[in-house]
Design a protein around this ligand. Sequence first.
Ligand code: NAD
Length: 357
Amino acid sequence: TPAREFVQELPAVRIVLAAGARQRLPDEVARLGWRRVLLIGGADPLRSVGDEIATALGSAVVARIVDAAQHVPVATAQAAVTTARSAAVDGLVVLGGGSAIGLAKAVALDTGLPVLAVPTTYAGSEMTDIWGRTDQGRKTTGRTPAVRPTVVVYDVELTIGMPPALTAMSGLNALAHCVEAVYDSGAGPITRLLALEGVRLLGGWLPAAVTDGADRRARAEVLYGAHLAGTALGTARMGAHHALCHVLGGAFGLPHAETHAVVLPHAVAFNHSAARDALASVARALDAEPDDSAGALWDLGHQLNAPPSLAALGLNRDDALRAAAQLADHPVTNPRPIDSDSAQELVLAAYHGQRPA
Ligand code: NAD
């Protein structure tokens, strides 16, 4: 048994999760005392939801930005900061996935404005202090407590229309946050608890949510699992899996959530010998044999129609080797140390995509 000695951060955030919770937004905004709001997000296919929220908030919405590109281009962020400043808003209300929330965080970073987030995917950014910006193809990320939303409103109804592929990839992205939190030796015990519950819920309910997007029970369980995953991401250090996905997305233009879906089983297989107990608990949460966490995650990805390999995402072998070199050049905390040989082993495994033994 581990000694009862730990460090655990629990950031202060108000969380509302309910079917139809978006209807409580006027009350939530009033509770915050905001009179002037910048509404971010609500591009297609969320346009009608964005309009509905704008109408409900009425005259409090003094400015609106609809489009949010992936990875927060610096120019987009600067324009949004200018909008927020010239409209003299009290806070930001953001509707959307990690891209829209990322834009709101970029505004918060420069202005100190508080954020109320209404997430519509399972990426989990709403629960973290992590921000990112991309300038001329280079993505910079950092952790700053001020960008973490102070109120998060989860409305399961907004997730009903998520297409099966987005549901699957975004859900596997969330599962990756949980898994890397579980094997972060520095994470607190409460983070580990909620990360394992996230594994259980996401592993157990994603197949049903992908098969029948209108299955409300499955949607609610997956959304709650994704909330736990975001909390894990926000209170633990991420390892080789997230570092590699960051390289593949940032330098090689691979799609965010799909890349997470492909890499996860291989990152877990890579770490297996160095994090045996942590990964046995992941396996238990997935109803798998203790040594089969990587195989069980691969099977789940297969069942959810995840792309089979980095090659299938369009990466060529030379770029895979370049990505490995970049991974080895930027050390991160990870159960198994990463050097140029081991980085290559990990990247090539994901490149080929065979089921981990
Ligand atoms: P996204 O926000 O880019 O959205 C993907 C697409 O799905 C968009 O076209 C969007 O309009 C659409 N969409 C969103 N919600 C929908 C819904 N409910 N129904 C139908 N369509 C919907 O995708 P994402 O995976 O949520 O976010 C990825 C981005 O977020 C990446 O840039 C990633 O780096 C970042 N991210 C950041 C953090 C963090 O902590 N800072 C965490 C996770 C991801």
